[in-house]
Design a protein around this ligand. Structure first.
Ligand SMILES: NC(=O)c1ccc[n+]([C@@H]2O[C@H](COP(=O)([O-])OP(=O)(O)OC[C@H]3O[C@@H](n4cnc5c(N)ncnc54)[C@H](OP(=O)(O)O)[C@@H]3O)[C@@H](O)[C@H]2O)c1
Length: 219
């Protein structure tokens, strides 16, 4: 297995890279700026330069990767096309490149509430709408996928157990980015994670379960 990570320099992406390397899985990290990336990512990660908005850069960047994990996302800005471009077009470009390369499993960090049009997050240039469009493109692509929809992301890890449920059943809550990264990497090894949308938050009162149980409980 060789893992391609898009959004590798991001707050969640870098934790995905760390989790993969901790499991001795070789990583090709898609980065836009090598110098910045070197300061963020562990030396074991192979840095490949590319941009999800430049489809021609992606085929070479994917190289001999066999699985793909995507944690890209538009940064809040005044550009109304940001989420459309990064969260939809960029993901679509990744899916097309993944299909052409025969990628075995496509895992993406999406978000809770992507099915809700009248959600305050859509004030950020319809970001949830574009994430939902991207999810549907992945689902129709024929690729094996896991769509991971986290609640609000936190940089500090904690010991709260993970709650995992099916699509459109969780509407609030938060989760440390480290746990999101773990769920993404576990998806590669859990047959029950295949072709599913999983919504995740972490709650102190939840019962701790194995990843196998968590994924198996989602229809
Ligand atoms: N914030 C929340 O509470 C929350 C909640 C639920 C879901 N989410 C979603 O979770 C995901 C991860 O969030 P995060 O806060 O960890 O992300 P982040 O730190 O904002 O990182 C975003 C990553 O996307 C990359 N990126 C942006 N445009 C790109 C392009 N054109 N080509 C290649 N890479 C590009 C950035 O690269 P550079 O480093 O080069 O800029 C960066 O690595 C996002 O999709 C976000 O929308 C967030």
């Amino acid at each position: 297995m060789k893992a391609f990570v898009a959004g590798a320099t991001g707050e969640t992406g870098r934790r995905i890279v760390q989790e993969l390397i901790a499991r001795n899985i070789p990583v090709r990290a898609l980065v836009r700026d090598t110098e910045t990336a070197k300061a963020i990512l562990p030396p074991e990660a192979e840095l490949v330069v590319g941009d999800v908005l430049k489809p021609e850069s992606l085929t070479a960047a994917l190289g001999d990767s066999t699985v793909l994990l995507c944690a890209t996302g538009a940064k809040p800005s005044l550009d109304p096309t940001g989420p459309y471009k990064v969260d939809f077009e960029g993901t679509k470009n990744l899916v097309d490149a993944a299909k052409a390369k025969g990628i075995e499993h496509f895992i993406i960090v999406s978000s809770l509430c992507t099915s809700q049009l009248f959600h305050p997050l859509n004030l950020f240039w319809l970001i949830l709408v574009w994430k939902k469009q991207a999810e549907e493109y992945i689902q129709k692509s024929g690729l094996t996928y896991t769509i991971v929809r986290p609640g609000g992301l936190k940089n500090e890890d904690n010991t709260d157990p993970i709650v995992m449920q099916g699509a459109d059943t969780l509407f609030d809550g938060s989760i440390p980015r480290q746990k999101v990264a773990q769920v993404c990497v576990e998806s590669l090894f859990e047959p029950a994670a295949r072709n599913k949308i999983v919504e995740i938050v972490a709650k102190p009162e939840a019962t701790s379960k194995s990843f196998g149980e968590l994924f198996a409980n989602v229809a």
